[in-house]
Design a protein around this ligand. Structure first.
Ligand code: DOR
Ligand code: ZN
Ligand code: ZN
Length: 439
């Protein structure tokens, strides 16, 4: 028997409406008891949580691991270590690997490689073979192999007739289509948000309408098929409005926002000083938008129109970013700064602490119905749930220092920023996978 007693923390379990100073006992990989003054069984490890929040481990619906194929950017193991440090105990891995995760065999390979890493990895299968947008994958076989959703993320499923057939098949299969909402005919190769900053920098912009166009199209297709649309990394106010309207009509439409779209605008591309920066670390898809869009993302998250904060963790090698803006890769490494970003919103009074934790735990679990079978109780601290927890400081000030991260991707425009919030320790499947309390 292996056990851990986490004592003296402020236990916040949004699923149970719980917010009290309590102990949590973990035995053999499950939550055994939550209560006052629990006794430590013989041989138990102790995790002192005084002054810290004890929450269910975070669930990320949107992580890019680069294995197979681009292990110089991130491996499954390094990404899982980054997750643990960021408080995440479950990450859903996007299929834009090389080769793409478009067959049961490749998904099986990823699951094998993920067996002993520092968090749970749930694979997302590709919608189209090779993510080429031409031919559907064997969607049911991907689900049977363990895919919790399907997506061609990196690109939208641009071909409307292919998207329509995908939604039709998925109504029987019962997993969501996680759409990268960007209409290529409107985005036209834009490298940042189309607006005042792109004009000033002389960079090709992609308009907000590129996002809205696919969101509206997919709402129509998902409604007609009776299946679930999940809108990835929504970044604009009109798209959030369309999602709110669809939900108000009772449609099965879920959505996520990223930490970077909650705290940065397109100004980050130009830099903070007088000199224009062309910061490639702020190059991301969807692009960083306007202050009004940031505000709309925060409001929609607080209102529950958006189910989850998802990182879109997109690690890249230094050479992919140290080049001219047009040539740089899109993406921000996000697992290890997610909690400080979200908690800083709490600190600023824009979101309550239970809301923030809900959107990182049971919110994403409910959005994708992940709490099935042995994952019953995922995202909660109920007795019998998987022993996935994170210990959080809500008031410690931290500087974003990617050089000290576990992720191989150091690419973030937040480097050097001072935020409020630290992940103190993480327990994944009954194992202490991160303990930063002494560091
Ligand atoms: O910025 C992004 N990076 N957006 C995407 O859609 C893909 C991702 C990646 O894989 O690097
Ligand atoms: Zn995407
Ligand atoms: Zn992505």
């Amino acid at each position: 028997m292996s056990s851990i007693l986490i004592h003296g923390g402020r236990v916040i379990d949004p699923a149970a409406g719980l917010d009290e100073w309590l102990d949590v006992l973990v035995v053999d990989g499950r939550i055994a008891e939550v209560g006052v003054d629990l006794a430590a069984p013989d041989g138990a490890s102790l995790l002192a949580a005084s002054g810290l929040v004890v929450a269910p481990g975070f669930i990320d619906l949107h992580t890019h691991l680069r294995e197979p194929g681009q292990e110089h950017k991130e491996t499954i193991a390094s990404g899982a270590r980054a997750a643990a440090r960021g408080g995440f105990t479950t990450i859903c891995a996007m299929p834009n690997t090389e080769p793409a995760m478009d067959s049961a065999a490749i998904i099986d390979g990823v699951l094998q490689r993920a067996q002993d890493v520092d968090c749970r990895v749930l694979p997302i299968g590709a919608v189209s073979k090779g993510r080429e947008g031409r031919e559907l994958t064997e969607l049911a076989a991907l689900k049977d192999a363990g895919a919790v959703a399907v997506s061609d993320d990196g690109d939208a499923v641009a071909d409307t007739s292919l998207a329509r057939r995908a939604f039709e098949y998925l109504s029987d299969i019962g997993i969501p289509l996680a759409e990268h909402c960007e209409d290529p005919a409107i985005a036209q190769g834009g490298v940042m948000h189309d607006g005042a900053v792109s004009a000033r920098l002389g960079l090709r912009g992609q308009p907000a309408a590129a996002e809205l166009s696919i969101v509206q199209r997919d709402i129509t297709l998902a409604e007609a098929a009776g299946s679930q649309l999940h809108c990835c990394h929504i970044s604009t106010e009109p798209a959030l409005q369309a999602i709110a309207d669809a939900r108000a009509r009772g449609l099965n439409v879920t959505a996520e926002v990223t930490p970077h779209h909650l705290c940065l605008t397109h100004d980050a591309v130009a830099g903070r000083g007088d000199e224009l920066l062309y910061d490639t670390d702020a190059k991301v898809n969807p692009p960083l938008r306007t202050q009004a869009d940031v505000q709309a993302c925060i409001d929609a998250l607080a209102a529950g129109i958006v189910d989850a904060v998802a990182t879109d963790h997109a690690p890249h090698a230094a050479v992919d970013k140290q080049c001219e803006f047009d040539a740089a890769a899109f993406g921000i490494s996000g697992l290890e700064s997610a909690w400080p970003v979200v908690n800083s919103l709490v600190d600023a009074g824009r979101l309550t602490l239970p809301e923030a934790i809900e959107r990182l735990t049971v919110g994403p679990v409910r959005a994708w119905s992940l709490d099935r079978g042995e994952l019953n109780g995922l995202g909660t601290l109920k007795v019998g749930a998987p022993a996935d927890l994170t210990l959080l400081s809500t008031d410690a000030v931290s500087r974003v220092e990617p050089d000290s991260w576990a992720s191989m991707g150091k690419n973030t425009p937040l480097a050097g920023h001072t935020l409020v919030g630290v992940v103190a320790a993480t327990v994944s499947q009954g194992r202490i996978v991160w303990d930063g309390r002494e560091q």
